[in-house]
Design a protein around this ligand. Structure first.
Ligand code: OAD
Length: 247
């Protein structure tokens, strides 16, 4: 009787079209705090959930802007980890649709060719009226004003209570429909609609492998729960799967 890990590896070896869903856990080993980690240093007295909202930005644009500037610097100094690189190697061998809730750019810097970022991107900026803002903002202590309309510029990430980018949602939905296997990595599966992608994949009856040191609300729906760290599990799981003969 093959252990669950070996069965998960065999299922990954066999699948050609793979949906990968990642959350903050895959960047934890790159020293990018997960969303529900306690904040550190100057930001220790704030909860991320209280800063990542349109109301917080309206109330104190400078504070919210400075929090994002701090996070951007943190990510600039971070490096992709073995989990990011393993997923990039998977994309070289199979048709991988990588859907991430993360706003960091570590998947891209780790070599993943096509990242569907359903919560936006930390280094993007647009004004409150939606005009893209391309000028450099590194080092700015306050949000600049839009050159087109004068509205304040804000980070291009999805805030609590905001809808997800339509194009990314459509791409994620179609990836869920096409997948022969789903790999759910480093997410607490608490935030919707992103958490729904794993559920929809499981509902299709395809194998779903969850990689997380903890159990999550999604765990009962996963076919296999590999209880471990992404930066350790993914290189082994993907490495073995890519060495196996695909039947
Ligand atoms: P969370 O912080 O909610 O959950 C991180 C998950 O990663 C937890 O389940 C941890 O057990 C797991 N984890 C931690 N270290 C890990 C490691 N080394 N390897 C694998 N797993 C690890 O982060 P998310 O689930 O990504 O939304 O949060 C989803 C969304 O909640 C975020 O995108 C954000 C927030 O609201 C928006 O900003 C809109």
């Amino acid at each position: 009787m093959l252990a669950a890990y070996e069965r998960a590896t065999a299922a990954l070896a066999k699948a050609q079209n793979v949906l990968v869903l990642t959350g903050a856990g895959i960047s934890a080993a790159s020293d990018v705090p997960t969303f529900r980690d306690a904040q550190t240093g100057l930001w220790a007295k704030y909860r991320a959930e209280d800063l990542a909202t349109p109301e917080a930005f309206a109330r104190d644009p400078n504070l919210v802007w400075q929090w994002y500037q701090w996070r951007r610097q943190l990510v600039r100094e971070a490096q992709p980890n073995a989990g990011h690189y393993a997923l990039a190697s998977l994309a070289q061998a199979k048709a991988v649709s990588l859907v991430t809730q993360n706003v960091d750019d570590l998947h891209q810097r780790g070599g993943s060719p096509d990242v569907i970022a359903v919560h936006g991107a930390l280094f993007d900026n647009h004004c409150l009226n939606g005009h893209a803002y391309q000028a450099e903002t590194d080092g700015l202590e306050s949000p600049p004003e839009c050159a087109q309309c004068g509205a304040l510029v804000r980070p291009g990430v999805v805030w609590f209570g905001e809808s997800l980018p339509e194009h990314a949602l459509q791409r994620a939905d179609s990836a869920v429909r096409m997948a022969e296997l789903a790999l759910v990595v480093g997410t607490s599966s608490l935030v919707w609609p992103a958490a729904g992608f794993a559920e929809s994949a499981a509902a299709r009856g395809i194998p779903v492998i969850e990689v997380n040191p903890q159990a999550t609300p999604f765990s009962p729906q996963a076919t296999y729960h590999v209880r471990g760290l992404a930066e350790q599990v993914l290189p082994a799981l993907i490495g073995t799967a890519l060495e196996s003969p695909t039947t």
